[in-house]
Design a protein around this ligand. Sequence first.
Ligand code: TRP
Length: 355
Amino acid sequence: MSKIILTADRPTGKLHIGHYVGSLRNRVKMQNELKKDDVMYVMVADSQAMTDNTGNIQKVKNNLIEVALDYLAVGLDPKKCTIFIQSEVPQLTEFTFYYMNLVTVARLQRNPTVKSEIQQKEFGRSIPAGFLTYPVSQTADITAFNANLVPVGEDQLPVLEQSREIVRTFNSMYAPILVEPEAILPDNKACLRLPGLDGKAKMSKSLGNCIYLGDTEEEIKAKINKMYTDPNHIKVSDPGKVEGNVVFTYLDAFATDESFKEFLPEYKNLDELKQHYTRGGLGDIKVKKFLFEVINKELTPIRARRQQYAQHKDEVYKMLFEGSDKAQKVAQANLDKLKHAMNIDYRAEFYKNKK
Ligand code: TRP
């Protein structure tokens, strides 16, 4: 079976290294390994972002271009994948509307991702209906392109499970035309959920604990210097803990044996470094300096490409519109099939009977 890959991000802020190790790095790799009949779509989910930013659509609008710049910066290439804007593909709304009836309000309220987001956003009893139903619209995003593979962050697994349920319901109620999508997570466990610089569970713009893909060298250095380590590791000679030590979690996500050869040749690999730290005798400053070198090396080409594209925003918008036109055609063809399966393709049926 050929691969049809689809992923998306809500444009509510610039993308950070949590997005990078959790999904973007994987996407670029997948993009570069596409075979002849494989296709890949990357969507800026502006409509989904509006479900909890109704009073601040300007923020979504501003970040649309930032996310597109991040995509191009990490190496997503519009010649290899279709990059598009959700709201520019109106067919998605129509898919959503039909799927709404295949899921109950109670089931949406039980969705663990939606539930925790509702708490986090402090909606109380005033949950926007559009927010509660975003897993339905996400199912539309996926099935409108017949996507079978969906690289996402770990937190999105319950949403994807809900999509699979909707697909099964549709298939059994009408005709088995939809594909159950499969989530793709990074293999490296440290990449599943990169903690914030402060050791908080998640890197998040609102907590101000992120390293952004566009950060300058100085910014990265300053952020790493302030990073949370082991609070009981005071003197260099003290034994230190690597579990819950953000510096080591980031090294898990970024450092390879090559990084040691290049920047810290007195250690062969991360295990050796961890052992030394645990034993005592290794200071935070040295480990942080290494982490800086490793991250900075990976982000330097990304930052440079980001700056370049940022000088050509008109071209970036045009790229997004071209991608959206392509996406519309595919979504329309699949919408026609959906309506045929639901037996509501009135016109086609009417004119066929006239022949
Ligand atoms: N909900 C996803 C997120 O917050 C974004 C998203 C929208 C998405 N539509 C999608 C992800 C379709 C995968 C497939 O990250």
